[in-house]
Ligand binder design. Sequence first.
Ligand code: FE
Length: 224
Amino acid sequence: MASHDGHPDAHRDAQRHEGHAHAAGPDPMTERVQKLEALLVEKGYVDPAAVEALIEAYETRIGPRNGAQVVAKAWSDPAYRQRLLDDATAAIAELGFGGRQGEHMVAVENGLTPDGGRVHNLVVCTLCSCYPWPVLGVPPTWYKSAAYRSRAVLDPRGILAEFGVALPDDTEIRVWDSTAEVRYLVVPERPAGTEGWPEERLAALVTRDAMIGTGLALPPEQAA
Ligand code: FE
């Protein structure tokens, strides 16, 4: 089995996992980055607000644009959709996206199931913050929070309500726990009223949260 950190038991070996704080505090790289940032701010080389704005851009806009392209193509091209569901890593690589933290991708699709039910998928990393960087960029702070990591599993409907997502009672919610081996991309339902839209326009409806499962694709009237 492959591991994103080059050691197969990354999830059991939480202290070393992914470069963010567990019980023992920040790992050396995080600590170095924090010290470097503090120094740059202190010397007046960088403005903390500018750093925040940059991080925000990678979290919400630049990073997730790749995933949005994948989703828009899956909505538009049934053969691509099938390839994505069959082997997401390969289908995502077709669009030129791949690399670290995206080596073993699985796409999970919201909507109707073969037996006529309805499913909504929600992604979490219960241990830390495994996240599909090549398609979603850097994870938002809440994704890494202990509250989200535990409640996504214990009370997914409650979490969704807090994100403003109210699903019908008979919609099944499937929670996917990211691991060192597998990262998930949610394919949200295509909004009604977008028939015939080109992929680029569809992609503008696909938010980061929709691809984590804490949101839905935007309705057409909210297109950028
Ligand atoms: Fe993780």
